[in-house]
Design a protein around this ligand. Structure first.
Ligand code: ATP
Ligand code: MG
Length: 427
């Protein structure tokens, strides 16, 4: 038998025709003369009606929420049915009868997160995961159009990328290794062969704080390329975001709408983005009554205050060297300022950090020493400056932060199927 995707029926392709569908029972309502089953498959949900005189009645009576089934019947246009069409069922076969399903209407967010393996079947999670897949596709599309090559960096690493405080250590046979916090240093290796490279890979951070924007395992969109400066970097990042947003507005409108997200926000993203220096940001904060000494890092509240003012994506650049990682390139005439830029968005704050990488071996060694790191650990990284060093830039954007912003999600946890946080690692 040929089964039709539910969405194709909702698209009106089978009005008054016989169809067969298969999926799971999403909702069930029983009347004396009619049983209403809302059936879902990966593509959509549709209402099916079973009449008391139908041969499907006895099966419909005993079927439970989340049972898997097949239904054969006739499509009817019906304004009252959600989606505008329903299937009048003539035959119903139960494939797997479900026990009493633990998820019902008034469950708390907390409960739904504990029971993630079943909650992932919800329409809401189904839609978020589809948009997530599309955003990955649009991201790859953009990199590819720009001549970038996708590469596969390692997750087991022997030296920190972003500093010790959020590093996960692990036993690796009889050695101690770490889970990577960023693939940047490995992308830097590959630019000497492929020039423009990117990856979309997990990064791991031992984040102890519980916020709406931190996971311990997240997917990191990272790009790195040579012969480029800060202007090239910010332009690339803003065009990437604009591309992803434009494509999402074109292709994911239905999903956005059903999720209650505002497509006009993504549709209206335009380049160039506003850009302010760190110093200007300190002044803007001061004007709002938030005192930050030059040299202090911004926290979530500072970023949010700045972002609320812009109401759209923007950049803060030229940060103090002291709060940046050892690999950040500094201005030769102002070594206290690093060539680093963050992209910020309303409500979430930072969604990417990028910058120029130090390409002078001696300056880099000095920075490694100043930061109390071991030169030996970074010997291969220094080789990149020994053999044909080149000015280069790169950035990292958190996929989940991007989705949380795009889809107006309350918490980053809902942008990834299996969130990992300090307390969550099951299932
Ligand atoms: P924050 O200060 O917000 O913790 P960060 O500056 O430490 O972030 P970076 O090292 O700049 O983060 O990482 C690059 C990008 O990766 C960030 O801009 C963000 O989008 C994403 N990211 C970083 N840490 C996390 C995390 N714990 N969970 C989800 N995304 C993250
Ligand atoms: Mg950052």
């Amino acid at each position: 038998m040929r089964f039709m995707p539910i969405q194709s029926i909702l698209d009106g392709k089978y009005e008054d025709k016989s169809v067969a569908i298969r999926g799971w029972v999403y909702r069930k309502r029983e009347g004396k003369q009619t049983i209403f089953l809302v059936v879902r498959d990966s593509t959509g949900v549709i209402q099916c009606t079973v009449k008391a005189d139908s041969p499907a009645w006895s099966e419909a009576e005993k079927i439970t929420i989340e049972s898997s089934l097949t239904i054969e019947g006739t499509v009817k246009k019906d304004q009252r049915a959600p989606g505008g069409y329903e299937v009048s069922a003539e035959k119903l076969s139960v494939i797997g009868l479900a026990d009493v399903f633990p998820i019902s209407k008034d469950k708390s967010e907390e409960f739904l997160r504990d029971i993630r393996h079943l909650w992932l079947r919800s329409r809401r999670m189904n839609l978020v995961m589809k948009v997530r897949a599309d955003v990955l596709e649009f991201t790859r599309e953009f990199f590819k159009d720009q001549g970038f090559v996708e590469v596969s960096p390692p997750m087991f690493i022997s030296a920190a990328v972003e500093g010790g405080s959020t590093l996960f250590g692990l036993k690796y046979f009889d050695q101690n290794l770490y889970l990577t916090q960023s693939s940047q240093l490995y992308l830097e290796i590959l630019i000497y062969s492929l020039e423009k490279v990117y990856c979309i890979a997990p990064s791991f951070r031992a984040e102890k704080s519980r916020t709406i924007r931190h996971l311990t395992e997240y997917w990191h969109i990272e790009g790195e390329w040579p012969f480029a400066d800060m202007n090239d970097l910010m332009q690339f990042e803003e065009e990437l975001l604009a591309h992803v947003c434009k494509r999402a507005a074109e292709k994911c409108g239905k999903e956005f709408e059903e999720l209650g997200a505002d497509t006009s926000k993504v549709a209206s993203v335009e380049t160039p983005f506003p850009k302010i220096t760190y110093t200007e940001a300190v002044e803007r904060l001061k004007a709002k009554g938030i005192e930050r000494k030059w040299g202090e890092d911004f926290g979530y509240d500072d970023e949010k205050a700045l972002a609320d003012e812009f109401g759209k994506p923007f950049f803060v650049y030229d940060y103090p060297t002291a709060i940046k990682a050892f690999y950040c390139k500094t201005y030769r005439n102002h070594p206290e300022v690093a060539m680093s830029a963050d992209m910020l968005v309303p409500r979430i704050g930072e969604i990417s950090t990028g910058g120029a990488r130090e390409d002078d071996k001696d300056v880099l060694i000095k920075r490694i020493r100043e930061m109390g790191l071991s030169e030996k650990d970074y010997d291969w990284y220094l080789d990149l400056r020994r053999y044909g060093t080149v000015p280069h830039v790169g950035f990292g954007m958190g996929l989940e932060r991007l989705l949380t912003w795009m889809l107006d999600l309350e918490n980053i946890i809902d942008s990834i199927p299996f969130p990992r946080t300090i307390r969550r690692f099951y299932p």
